[in-house]
Design a protein around this ligand. Structure first.
Ligand SMILES: NC(=O)c1ccc[n+]([C@@H]2O[C@H](COP(=O)([O-])OP(=O)(O)OC[C@H]3O[C@@H](n4cnc5c(N)ncnc54)[C@H](OP(=O)(O)O)[C@@H]3O)[C@@H](O)[C@H]2O)c1
Length: 337
């Protein structure tokens, strides 16, 4: 009989946590038991995993148990405090928060890009930021072939990236503006998100002294760590847009060696986890990509303003490939190894 695994999901009631359950079911992840943790206010709520009712356990230190895999998506405070406690019991923590990403002893992994780093873990593996994941999936084959020196990226990030409560706030605001009533008081976003665009992510304490935001800083530093190349210069502008789900990115790349658009398309076509559109009008949109596992690339064209430049339009489901799916894929690599 093939091996099965005891799995915990910490933050199971959230936007990412629910996707963990969906991925486990859809990908037939070999579970013997799944324990769902959330805050104590969700204690006793029931969710279903593989058709079986599963009661939420309120997270407390004395309730930490040994699991083969513990998938974390409850924010960086919880991960800082609890990921080491789960790791100490044995098994592997795969963490979706930013808590451990830049820790030198913790691998930061996208399976299509740096699966070799998984084996270096000491109990915790970090999942990168959602915006970084889809960007590096698309950059990796181009970097291997032509050496990327500089990336200028603008993101168009979906509301679901800010969590389940952000989606509710967005929908309530859209409804109020459409029916012409007073929008409810904002709790998550700093400005109107319905029919608007906000160049500030995260929504609180966003800006660093150099003018970049925390999200932009993550894209800069995480890219170097995942690609194993500290010389890649990334300059991002991260923008929240009134899209429910899936992030889009306009990416401009400069390379050491010239790549034509046709060569770039051929490389992307062969790369794992990518669907590339070959005709300009066949570009991906977030609505169409939601629910899909792959990273979609379109509008591949040469940048006429520099000798070795390319433009890409990259779209992926931020809660799937940008979060839960990437973590499950890391665990699947461990199971196969
Ligand atoms: N959304 C994305 O696209 C995305 C992508 C990549 C990474 N991430 C990261 O994933 C994490 C979760 O994001 P999300 O979007 O799923 O947020 P969310 O929808 O707000 O869900 C947060 C989850 O954390 C749980 N939680 C809150 N306080 C807790 C506590 N004290 N103890 C145990 N559980 C607690 C919540 O449980 P209750 O329901 O009981 O409050 C809920 O299950 C964050 O670190 C985020 O940065 C998110």
């Amino acid at each position: 009989m093939s091996k099965t695994y005891r799995v915990a999901i910490v933050g199971a009631t959230g936007a990412v946590g629910l996707k963990f359950i969906e991925c486990i079911e859809r990908r037939k992840f070999p579970v013997s038991e799944v324990v769902l943790y959330a805050s104590e206010k969700s204690e006793g709520k029931v969710l279903h995993v593989n058709g079986k009712p599963c009661r939420i356990v309120g997270l407390r230190k004395e309730r930490v148990e040994k699991f083969d895999f513990a998938f974390f998506s409850a924010g960086s405070g919880i991960s800082t405090q609890y990921a080491p406690l789960f790791a100490e019991k044995g098994g592997v923590v795969v963490d979706n928060s930013s808590a451990w990403r830049m820790d030198p002893g913790t691998p930061l992994v996208v399976p299509e890009v740096n699966p070799q780093d998984i084996a270096k873990h000491k109990g915790i593996i970090a999942n990168p930021n959602c915006s970084t994941i889809q960007m590096v999936v698309a950059l990796k084959p181009l970097h291997d072939a032509a050496g990327i020196t500089r990336v200028v990226v603008s993101t168009y990030q979906a509301v679901s990236g800010a969590g389940g409560r952000a989606l509710e706030e967005f929908e309530n605001e859209v409804h109020a503006l459409v029916v012409n009533t007073t929008p409810p008081k904002r709790a998550i976003f700093p400005r109107q998100i319905a029919f608007n665009a906000i160049a500030q992510i995260p929504q609180k304490d966003a800006f660093l002294p150099n003018g970049y935001t925390g999200e932009e800083h993550k894209m800069i530093e995480e890219t170097k760590k995942i690609m194993g190349d500290p010389s890649i210069r990334v300059s991002p502008t991260c923008v929240r847009v009134p899209v429910k789900n899936s992030h889009s990115e306009s990416i401009n790349v400069e390379t050491l060696k010239k790549l034509t658009a046709a060569e770039a398309i051929a490389l992307l076509r062969k790369a794992p986890g990518i669907v590339v559109s070959e005709t300009p009008g066949d570009f991906p949109t977030p609505a169409e990509v939601s629910g899909r596992d792959e990273t979609f690339v379109g509008r591949v064209r040469e940048d006429w303003t520099v000798p070795n430049g390319l433009h890409l339009w990259v779209v992926a489901d931020n809660i799937l490939k940008g979060a839960a799916l990437n973590a499950i894929q890391i665990a699947e690599v461990i199971i196969r190894s």
